[in-house]
Design a protein around this ligand. Structure first.
Ligand code: ADP
Length: 797
């Protein structure tokens, strides 16, 4: 390109029609560099308007524009006489043949293809300006009809225009061709360069692949170590037993770490030797072969790891150990100390069949692993200690619990004892209170008959009284004596009950006979004119043999019948019993004064009487409480039904213990047996007190009984040996030898001898003792004639 600028004087004006302000500016900038004066219109219309004002040397127009495109603008210019000469250059991409035909049709003078080279554009412009003069003259337009793209088309243009356009098209093609060739050359150069680059890059890549392969190998190796570390850590969390942890650690080293052998040795504190605790992989004979010449000893003594990456060439390894290691295929070796609570207790060793296996990173990871195992050992040891402590605490707690229980028991016992003591105290207080009340009551009770006895006894000394009067006094005295006696026996009974000494002494009882005897005794003693005493019993016809405490049963009935007779002035007193399933229900019914309802319970308490009873009828108020206590002792209960003014019925039950055999002799009524014809009966009375003997002799007078008197037990034995004695009345308390001893001895040589004990001792204990010594029966002093005779008769049968 001729790089010649237009001179200042000869200014060439160029009109540019371009809607893209950037492209317009770019073109303007280029043209102005060559001193062209450039006016820019943003579309075809504006360009046409500008042409009214001035006439440029060249018009360069874009084709695609708003309002009016390049072809239309060109057509307008070429159809106007005043502007027809102005060369119009179309800026086109020339991508389509229609563009050329369109360009020709609209009368365009030249094409400049986009993208254009600056030089090419400028040279074209210069060329157009130069050719401007020649163009002016030619106005003849040639019309050509062509078929293009299946369409018939008529194109008209001047020859010059066609030629210019053809040339410019050709130039554009050449220009493009040149560009292509240049591009091809450039491409070729680039291609050549590329091959070099590829070679270079391939070499680089090969080197990179090598690095990668090494890195991969390394990663695989490191992964093994990480796997070992991770699995050992899992084992540490899972395992709570040292042996198991060690074994798992070795197994993991073999399975995950792919080592050839793994071994853990612990120093035996007593022998100071390293003992194998766990091993895995190839048999680790190394330690056994050279127990002291192996690097583990060094690890244990130094507390630091030992690494040999080439066992073969390592001079620090003892020869024997080296030989053995190599024979097993080991090429590198690492040993790590196990440190527990700051003390090296053992070592962990691993062997690889690769030389240079252990590098810095692996060593540091394995160091970490050994630290983890050490930590686990500390933890497990701590756990063991803690468990021991827990066990100790548990044992202590158990002991404490036991002690606590014992303490509780003790407290319970103490509180029980305390309660018992309180009860005992209350009892003592109550008994104290009762004692006072008792003494008060009893003194009155005793004084009353005593008063009569003393008073009338004094009268007896007075000879002025007539015999009949004296007889009356004697009767009063005897009656009061019985009253006194009854009080004393009640007192003894109550005392025995209260002392808890009242016992049941069971024997075989012919119930009907006993009741009949009782009936007879009362008839003899307490016969009242207006009161009938009736023994009523549905079962009286047969024999009812039971096991019971006859004495107590008689005492209860005596109390109830005595009370009934005492409190009945008119009517009757019935007594008897009924069989009710497994119980015998006794009743004593009277038509007496009756008992008010509020007293039905209370009268069973000691010393309790219905108001005013004491004044009217006397009595101690003990009978019912004794009777009730005896009934309960025998396993029964006592109650009453009563209506004031109409009478009372007392009931009590005892268990019905039937005796199957009928060995009991039926008791006979006193009147049923007579002694008159039996002159052969000899009775021995053993009695140290003469008055008592005389009384007995008196009682038995007129019954045809021969009486022999022994003053003590020894004499009684002698008499029994020498004389034909039928029955003995044995006093129990005698000098030289008492009645118990004498009875026992007599029974030794005369086992069938009937012995009736007669004593002032009235307790159950006395009675039982006498029976145990062999006495057949028991009669208490003061003796009652009827009872004495009936007992003698009973035992002589
Ligand atoms: P005592 O008869 O010696 O006073 P008890 O304990 O036998 O003592 O009787 C207590 C009280 O019960 C009697 O004092 C009397 O008031 C009343 N009592 C007992 N039996 C009868 C009865 N059959 N009829 C009326 N009252 C009776």
């Amino acid at each position: 390109m001729k790089n010649i600028k237009n001179s200042e004087d000869d200014v060439v004006q160029i009109l540019i029609a371009e809607d893209s302000s950037t492209q317009a500016e770019q073109l303007k900038y280029l043209l102005e560099k060559y001193n062209y004066k450039v006016i820019v219109a943003k579309d075809g219309k504006e360009a046409l308007n500008l042409l009214n004002e001035f006439k440029p040397a060249i018009i360069i127009t874009d084709i695609v524009m708003p309002e009016m495109n390049g072809y239309e603008l060109c057509k307008e210019i070429k159809s106007n006489e005043s502007t027809i000469d102005i060369p119009v250059i179309l800026l086109t991409s020339l991508s389509r043949s229609e563009d050329i035909l369109e360009g020709i049709s609209c009368g365009a003078d030249n094409f400049i293809t986009k993208p254009y080279h600056d030089d090419y554009l400028i040279s074209h412009i210069e060329q157009i300006i130069a050719n401007r003069k020649f163009n002016k003259s030619e106005r003849v337009r040639v019309g050509v009809e062509i078929i293009f793209g299946g369409k018939r088309r008529f194109i008209s243009a001047t020859q010059q225009q066609m030629l210019t356009l053809l040339i410019s098209t050709y130039e554009a093609a050449v220009q493009r061709n040149n560009e292509l060739i240049q591009a091809q050359e450039e491409l070729k150069a680039i291609n050549e360069n590329l091959e070099e680059l590829v070679l270079e890059r391939t070499n680089e890549l090969l080197a990179e692949i090598d690095i990668r392969k090494n890195a991969e190998k390394r990663i695989i190796k490191l992964n093994r170590i990480y796997a070992v570390l991770s699995n050992i850590n899992k084992a540490i969390v899972r395992v709570r037993d040292i042996d198991q942890l060690f074994q798992d650690t070795c197994n993991i080293a073999i399975d995950e770490g792919k080592f050839q052998s793994a071994w853990i040795g612990i120093v035996n504190n007593e022998t100071n030797k390293i003992e194998t605790f766990a091993a895995a992989g190839l048999a680790n004979e190394l330690i056994e072969v050279s127990p002291y010449q192996n690097p583990v000893t060094g690890v244990i003594s130094s507390g630091k790891h030992f690494i040999s990456n080439s066992i073969n060439t390592d001079k620090s390894i003892p020869e024997i150990w080296k030989r053995n290691s190599l024979s097993l295929g080991f090429r590198s070796f690492a040993a790590f100390p196990l440190i527990v609570f700051g003390k090296v207790t053992g070592g962990f060793c691993i062997y690889s069949n690769e030389v240079d296996f252990f590098d810095e990173i692996e060593i540091s990871l394995l160091d970490e692993m050994a630290t983890d195992v050490s930590f686990a050992l500390e933890y497990i040891q701590n756990e063991i200690e803690r468990k021991k402590a827990d066990l100790l605490i548990q044992e202590n707690t158990e002991q404490l619990k036991v002690q606590n229980i014992e303490l509780h028991e003790l407290i319970k016992e103490l509180s029980q004892t305390n309660t018992e003591l309180v009860i005992a105290k209350e009892k003592a207080e109550e008994s104290d209170r009762l004692k006072t009340a008792f003494l008060h009551n009893i003194s009155h009770e005793i004084r009353t008959p005593m008063n009569a006895i003393i008073g009338f006894s004094e009268f007896l000394n007075d000879l002025e009284f007539l015999p009949e009067k004296r007889k009356h006094f004697t009767d009063i005295i005897v009656q009061n004596c019985y009253q006194l006696l009854s009080i004393i026996s009640d007192i003894i009974s109550i005392a025995t009950i209260e002392a808890g000494q009242a016992k049941i002494t069971e024997n075989e009882v012919d119930l009907n006979s006993t009741l009949r005897l009782l009936h007879e005794q009362f008839l003899l003693k307490d016969q009242k004119k207006n009161v009938i005493l009736i023994l009523k019993n549905t079962l009286l016809n047969g024999e009812v043999n039971i096991t019971s405490d006859e004495t107590k049963l008689v005492q209860i009935l005596t109390n109830l019948i005595g009370n009934a007779l005492k409190f009945t002035q008119q009517g009757y007193v019935n007594f008897g019993y009924k069989l009710k399933s497994n119980e015998l229900e006794f009743f004593v019914e009277d038509t007496g004064i009756g008992i008010p309802p509020e007293m039905h319970q209370v009268i069973f308490n000691r010393f309790r009487q219905v108001d005013d009873t004491a004044q009217q009828f006397g009595g101690s108020g003990l009978g019912l409480s004794i009777s009730k206590a005896y009934v309960e002792l025998m396993g029964g209960k006592m109650w009453l039904k009563s209506e004031l003014g109409k009478g009372s019925t007392f009931y009590f039950t005892i268990p019905y213990k039937k005796v199957q055999r009928t060995t009991l002799l039926g008791k006979q009524s006193i009147n049923a047996i007579k002694f008159e014809n039996k002159t052969t009966i000899t009775l021995l009375i053993a009695e140290d007190e003469e008055s008592n003997f005389m009384l007995l002799e008196e009682f038995l007078t007129g019954l045809n009984i021969e009486i022999v008197w022994a003053k003590n037990g020894l004499e009684a034995i002698e008499i029994c040996k020498t004389q034909g004695i039928d029955l003995i009345l044995m006093d129990l308390k005698m000098p030289v030898m008492d009645g118990y001893e004498a009875t026992m001895r007599i029974k030794n040589f005369k086992p069938n001898m009937p012995v009736i004990a007669q004593t002032a001792y009235t307790t159950d204990l006395d009675r039982n003792k006498a029976l145990a010594c062999g006495c057949s029966d028991f009669i208490t002093k003061p003796l009652k004639r009827e009872l004495l005779i009936s007992k003698i008769k009973k035992h002589l049968k």
